[in-house]
Design a protein around this ligand. Structure first.
Ligand SMILES: Cc1cc2nc3c(=O)[nH]c(=O)nc-3n(C[C@H](O)[C@H](O)[C@H](O)COP(=O)(O)O)c2cc1C
Length: 192
């Protein structure tokens, strides 16, 4: 058995992709709010490899502002069919412009338009205003590709710890925690 938690994650993530449905890559992302309180919302993890876990968002959003002030973050995945939870804690760094461009280009056109139309996390006078904004963006780019907005990009959570939780009978669940050290990953079991 491998002792690299990212390889273990990979194997579970591919099983989740095949049986958990289209939102298999949804995870709760926790950040630290400006008053040091917790702040959490769902994101889609679009890329997971040896470096970490990538999600994309508006760089002016609440989450992005919080991460700019404090780069610590946590992710929590839950796959009901696999009965597995994975918790990741680490720090976040921005992805390269090229990685963001590449992913943005694969998004459906409506989502690309939405990225321009929405000032994510800002107050909105009415839903009509948002629809009007999307209509204007749509007309503006009517004759060509929709470029990636400068305020839209990706962030990579670089893991410092990863915990695997497997549901077991009698609530005697199996928890294994991996913590990154200078020499690699150290693992230990936790009580359920
Ligand atoms: C299943 C699911 C997946 C989501 N994925 C993303 C995502 O990948 N990026 C994103 O910016 N918002 C995503 N959202 C919306 C966020 O949960 C959140 O409402 C939005 O990003 C604003 O959060 P903030 O104000 O804390 O920045 C998703 C919501 C759900 C329910």
């Amino acid at each position: 058995m491998t002792h690299d938690p990212l390889l273990i994650f990979d194997e579970i993530f591919s099983r989740a992709r095949s049986i958990e449905g289209p939102l298999y890559n949804a995870a709760a992302l926790a950040t630290v709010s400006v008053d040091s309180g917790p702040s959490v919302r769902m994101v889609l993890v679009k890329n997971a490899d040896a470096r970490g876990f990538v999600f994309f968002t508006n760089l002016l959003s609440r989450k992005a502002r919080e991460l700019a002030a404090d780069s610590r973050a946590a992710l929590c995945f839950w796959w009901p069919r696999l009965s597995i939870q994975i918790r990741v804690e680490g720090i976040v760094e921005p992805v390269d412009e090229s990685e963001a461009d590449e992913y943005f280009a694969t998004r459906p056109r409506e989502s690309q338009i939405g990225a321009w139309a929405s000032q994510q996390s800002e107050p909105l006078a009415s839903y009509e205003v948002l629809l009007r904004s999307a209509g204007e963006v749509s007309r503006r780019f009517a004759n060509g590709i929709v470029p990636r907005p400068p305020h839209w990009s990706g962030s990579r959570v670089l893991p410092r710890s990863i915990e695997f939780w497997h549901e077991r009978p009698g609530r005697l669940h199996e928890r294994r925690l991996y913590v990154k050290t200078d020499d690699g990953w150290e693992s230990s079991l936790l009580q359920p």
